[in-house]
Write a protein that binds this ligand. Structure first.
Ligand SMILES: Cc1cc2nc3c(=O)[nH]c(=O)nc-3n(C[C@H](O)[C@H](O)[C@H](O)COP(=O)(O)OP(=O)(O)OC[C@H]3O[C@@H](n4cnc5c(N)ncnc54)[C@H](O)[C@@H]3O)c2cc1C
Length: 429
């Protein structure tokens, strides 16, 4: 039987419904936040707690975007390996950015505790697995590099000891970082939305922003549900960034990512697959990421590069199931119950970027690494808005690149080539 095309996480919580979030829009607010995911909600929480009036404007329902569809891994580091960040930006910037990633996991931990969000957050640790022996050689260097340059201790898991971390024979060892964590993403975004409302901000579903105009030094936002005037605007629209912020849209590539969830496994099998509950991802360009939740295997990957459509989701279920069985032959008779997709936001340099464009603040380009980082950047960009020092933010220290030769208007015509290129790299490397 085909799996249900439904986001499994949504079955584990009551997502913020439309009843309390379709109240009339206020005429004005100090800050209008566009996007009701981790970035927007975390920014709104920070601002509301400082007495700023905030309206969160979400096109769909609150948490509808990547924030309720992801793998729930709160990871240290960035999308780009830290050695590449170091080479590209130098020691000082790399150190600062890495520290932000550690602070981002702590930010999630603090918010979950302060706001009493029941989302199963814990420091489970993450395991990066080597698909080939030469990946393991690179991991040996990585362990030394992280210790030497960042004083950050990660542990090498040699191939002959990996059964203590993963019940699979596919890999050639791995790297373990015990600082990373995991959570249930939909429970987390729902808890954040409640915290935002409790702090006094208003949260508006079905309020797509269609136009932003500047009038007499203020912003007038036309939405599906009327207009609102704001002193400042913050954009947290991630892979769903559209033409209302055209200049930002042209810097963000939307890329699909897909996940399947199996039926509940028995305790013994679950323990065999991931004995210590780690968040796991592999070394490939076209990578897989997987973890357990409530004894279900949650297994994701970039089965296709395109943002989600019904047929893409159906095909992804088959591809991901095949890949899951390659990793875990033990799951060959296990039923896949759910499949869904979501959209990631990649900048052309695979870095996250924050800043201000014509008075509009933004935080974008998480590249599949945004559960903790969007929470943290939502907070710190909100603070920088208030303090007027966004240019000093560590993630504003490098250029937000546009497409080479300007060959991109927000429609990613090159994705089939990019997908093929990544598969090719996995093959030759
Ligand atoms: C399948 C998948 C798996 C992932 N796994 C992980 C993981 O395990 N770990 C990790 O760290 N990261 C992961 N990520 C990435 C992470 O989920 C995102 O980086 C993060 O959720 C981004 O949050 P956000 O608030 O910036 O954007 P989103 O949660 O995407 O929210 C953006 C919102 O903006 C709204 N919007 C867009 N345009 C408008 C408009 N004009 N007006 C009003 N609203 C608008 C959209 O409707 C959307 O709800 C994953 C992502 C996906 C898709």
């Amino acid at each position: 039987m085909n799996p249900k095309q439904q986001i499994y996480w949504h079955t584990t919580t009551q997502m913020p419904g439309s009843s309390n979030t379709i109240a009339p829009l206020p005429n004005k607010a100090d800050v209008a936040v566009i996007g009701g995911g981790y970035t927007g909600l975390s920014a709104a929480l920070t601002l509301a707690k400082k007495g700023v009036s905030v309206a969160v404007l979400e096109a769909e329902t609150i948490g509808w975007g990547a924030s309720s569809r992801n793998g729930g891994m709160t990871l240290t580091g960035l999308k780009l390996p830290m050695q590449s960040v170091f080479k590209k930006f130098g020691r000082d910037t790399a150190k600062q950015l890495f520290q932000c990633s550690l602070d981002s996991v702590s930010a999630v931990e603090r918010i979950v505790k302060e706001e009493k969000i029941d989302c199963g957050f814990a420091r489970y640790g993450h395991l990066l697995t080597a698909n080939k022996p030469r990946h393991y050689q690179a991991l040996i260097e990585e362990v030394e590099f992280m210790d030497r340059e960042f004083d950050h201790k990660v542990k090498l898991i040699p191939p002959n000891e990996q059964q203590t971390e993963i019940g699979s024979r596919l890999f050639h060892g791995g790297l373990l970082d015990e600082v990373s964590g995991g959570l249930n993403p939909a429970q987390y975004v729902t808890g954040l939305a409640h915290a935002v409302e409790n702090a006094g901000a208003t949260v508006h579903a079905q309020a797509r922003v269609n136009k932003i105009e500047r009038r007499e030094g203020r912003f007038v936002l036309e939405t599906d549900r009327g207009s609102l005037t704001a002193e400042s605007v913050l954009v947290g629209t991630s892979g769903y960034t559209g033409s209302v912020t055209k200049r930002l849209q042209r810097k963000i590539i939307p890329i699909g990512s897909y996940i399947i969830a199996t039926e509940m496994l028995n305790d013994e099998l679950a323990k065999e697959l991931i004995p210590k509950g780690r968040m796991i991802f592999d070394y490939k360009h076209y990578l897989n990421y997987f973890r357990l939740w409530n004894n279900r295997m949650i297994f994701g990957g970039r089965a296709a590069f395109f943002p989600e459509t019904a047929s893409m989701i159906r095909r992804s279920a088959e591809i991901l199931r095949r890949e899951m069985i390659q990793v875990y032959p033990q799951l060959k008779d296990v039923k896949v119950e759910y499949v869904w997709g979501g959209t990631l936001d990649f900048a052309f340099d695979k870095m996250t970027h924050v800043g201000e464009d014509n008075g509009i603040y933004y935080s974008l380009g998480y590249a599949g690494h945004g559960v903790a980082m969007a929470t943290y950047l939502g907070e710190t960009v909100a603070e920088a808005m208030l303090n007027g020092n966004i240019k000093e933010h560590p993630f504003a220290q490098f250029k937000f690149p546009s497409a080479p030769l300007g060959l991109y208007d927000g429609r990613p015509w090159f994705l089939p080539f990019a997908g093929a290129w990544h598969k090719f790299l996995d093959w030759v490397e």
